[in-house]
Design a protein around this ligand. Sequence first.
Ligand code: ATP
Length: 365
Amino acid sequence: MAGGEVQLVQLIKRFGAFIAVDGINLHMPAGEFFSMLGPSGCGKTTTLRMIAGFEQPTEGQIVLDGEDMTQTPPHRRHVNTVFQNYALFPHLNVFDNVAFGLRRQRVERGEVTRRVREALDLVQLTKFERRRPAQMSGGQQQRVALARALVLKPAVLLLDEPLGALDAKLRKQLQIELKALQQQVGITFIYVTHDQEEALTMSDRIAVMSNGRVEQVAPPRQVYEEPATVFVADFLGVSNLMDAQARGLDAQGHCQVRAGSFDLCCARGDTSVSGQTKITIRPERVKLEKTNVSGENRVPGQVERSVYLGNAVQLIVKLATGNVIQVLMQNGGEEIPFNPGDSVQAHLPRDALRVLTDTGAKLPS
Ligand code: ATP
């Protein structure tokens, strides 16, 4: 099935007076691995259910391959869903579970066999045709659920936390498999998760959601390195948020801010902010120095704690701005030269320091 382009136009879902989805506009081109990422209750599943047709939007449109499908029943959309709980038929073996949808569509017997085998081959379960779900591991059952969805050749596959019930190691393995599978079959995947690492690992683009709204849509690297809002910075990894006072732009257009009694320069972020604002820097971008080196964006501090993580060491540093930040240093095999109690200087490189959009903090135009 060709196609798979999805457009959500000003989509709203109200349950009584409660607004679960609050005016979402998204465009997923055909063949994209798109994730909706956000905390529990932010409206991800409701959005997915509206795309599937299980839930009717209060307002707005669902457009699939240029056709308005808002009123079209689920079975008439070229969309299929994989749920977290697999929803396999326990009394049927793997082959019959996967064949179920095709038989219901009265597909000819030889064709059913060919397509089921093809789908099982895709998810590497060829040898498991005769097993019942109860005789398989969680990861294998989830692969059966995937095969069952893929066998119907949907243009769009919706996945609602499909790896949520699996242990961490298996999740990681299946994340890689899922991404490879999506590239192989080339259909649009719309993937719902509250797990940022999962979204970062697999997606072409991610929509970060909060309170029924989209905060930012961008490729993984961008949402992590260039968070647009305080929420996105905070939700994806460690944000080291610091309060600051915006003090205008320098000749190069970089934002000058004051944090505590320190003047800092932010080369990235929302340069239109004014007044009280927030700045952010990722832990791995902070550079610690032992001695006082004069230069831009240097703030003295003291190491409070050091946590050995195996591949890295995490240092908790109290800055003279009053903020406590996390610093991550890769473990290169040598002793990390910073210990609790040490006086240090934190270098916050201007290219790594971002000023964030915060509600009500925009410069008048
Ligand atoms: P989770 O990760 O926990 O599944 P989510 O981001 O997928 O969360 P939704 O399931 O879309 O969130 O729910 C969004 C909000 O809408 C929640 O506050 C939820 O309680 C509410 N909600 C969802 N379905 C209904 C319903 N049928 N009736 C009333 N409220 C609902």
